[in-house]
Write a protein that binds this ligand. Structure first.
Ligand code: PGA
Length: 253
């Protein structure tokens, strides 16, 4: 049995001074759901405040990106060592917004993911097709490429520190959710592709989150699917009550 994992992706939305209050409200609203892993991935500048607010709760803090080099002349980047030092435990890698706006490629996703795992952090590696790609019949090709290149040289042992998030780009922040059947179909493809990379037994242990307009009202039906092991939540992660509603659904799934 894979433990469900619900992670918030705060994107560029919450100030350092607002962070503790949101984390504490989430922790308070979800304290009974001990069978779910709960993560808040925040802007790097919010991480110290999030880590502090997570203390004594079951909520874990994470970041939204990390560089692959340990240190050096990489203006504007954050290293995995800095995140470890600050107390973060998770890092989102390869979110579609980074692919779309910041030149992230499958190759840089691979470098970042391997660095994150090597640092002892858990990488939440995002994959997902655009509407154009889906409509052109390229769904499988795109997902397989993102998996094969993005997870190149990730070993079976590394998979203990790996979560994959399936986020159809057309469902992110649009209010359009993939139907549970559409999502399950891609989750099964992701698991089968992973099985070819690290073996079927290991692939069965890796959690695959769905992301894209997940909210309290649709979480239960998505999380009921066999290969949907959690959610990566944008908009609904910014309101403690909404985020807690999704976590409640995961606790019962
Ligand atoms: P959304 O974002 O829940 O606002 O659609 C999800 C994500 O981008 O991770």
């Amino acid at each position: 049995m894979r433990k469900k994992i619900i992670a918030g992706n705060w994107k560029m939305n919450v100030k350092p001074s607002e962070t503790a209050a949101l984390v504490k409200a989430i922790a308070e609203a979800t304290k009974d759901y001990t069978n779910v892993d709960i993560v808040c991935c925040t802007p790097a500048i919010d991480v110290p405040a999030a880590v502090e607010a997570c203390k004594g709760t079951q909520v874990k803090a994470g970041a939204e990106n990390a560089h692959w080099e340990a240190q050096g002349a990489y203006t504007g980047e954050i290293s995995t060592g800095m995140l470890v030092d600050a107390g973060a435990e998770y890092v989102i890698i390869g979110h579609s917004e980074r692919r779309q706006y910041f030149g992230e490629t499958d190759e840089t996703v691979n470098k970042r993911a391997r660095a994150v795992i090597a640092a002892g952090l858990t990488a939440i590696v995002c994959v997902g097709e655009t509407l154009e790609e889906r409509e052109a019949g390229k769904l499988n090709e795109v997902i397989e490429r993102q998996m094969n290149v993005g997870l190149k040289d990730v070993t079976a042992a590394d998979c203990a520190k790996l979560v994959i998030a399936y986020e159809p780009v057309w469902a992110i922040g649009t209010g359009k959710t993939a139907t549970p059947d559409q999502a399950q179909e891609v989750h099964a493809l992701i698991r089968a592709t992973l099985a070819k990379l690290v073996g079927a037994e290991t692939a069965e242990t890796v959690r695959i989150q769905y992301g894209g307009s997940m909210k309290p009202g649709n979480a239960a039906e998505l999380l009921a699917k066999k290969d949907i092991d959690g959610g990566l939540i944008g908009g609904a992660a910014l309101k403690a009550a909404d985020f807690a509603g999704i976590i409640a659904a995961a606790a019962q799934a």
